[in-house]
Write a new protein. Structure first.
Length: 104
């Protein structure tokens, strides 16, 4: 069974025992999480698509670790103007193991 969930403004296709990397969620490692915004639940050829969410469906997961993504450098330079700007960014991330999918 698989599901499509929405978290952090993005959509993820997940199945049981998948490990996904999503935007940072509050909690310590080992904490239990519940995703209520389930857009689609399916198994084989039977698929339920929500409008916009599937009523009664939920996905639970376990927080594996809190991490940070790679450093992204935004460098802007205007040639011959002695003008440049360097800015770095590292996204805060959470790794989540999907423990169960309950479809209505």
């Amino acid at each position: 069974m698989y599901a499509v969930i929405k978290t952090g403004g993005k959509q993820y296709r997940v199945a049981k025992d998948d490990i996904i990397t999503i935007e940072r969620l509050e909690g310590e490692a080992g904490a239990s999480l519940e995703f209520a915004e389930v857009l689609m639940v399916g198994e084989g050829s039977s698929v339920k698509v929500g409008t916009p969410t599937v009523a009664g469906a939920k996905v639970t997961g376990e927080l594996v670790e809190q991490a940070r993504g790679p450093k992204v450098i935004a460098f802007k330079k205007r040639r011959r103007k002695n003008s440049r700007r360097k800015r770095g960014h590292r996204q805060d991330l959470s790794k989540v193991r999907i423990t169960s999918i309950v479809g209505a």
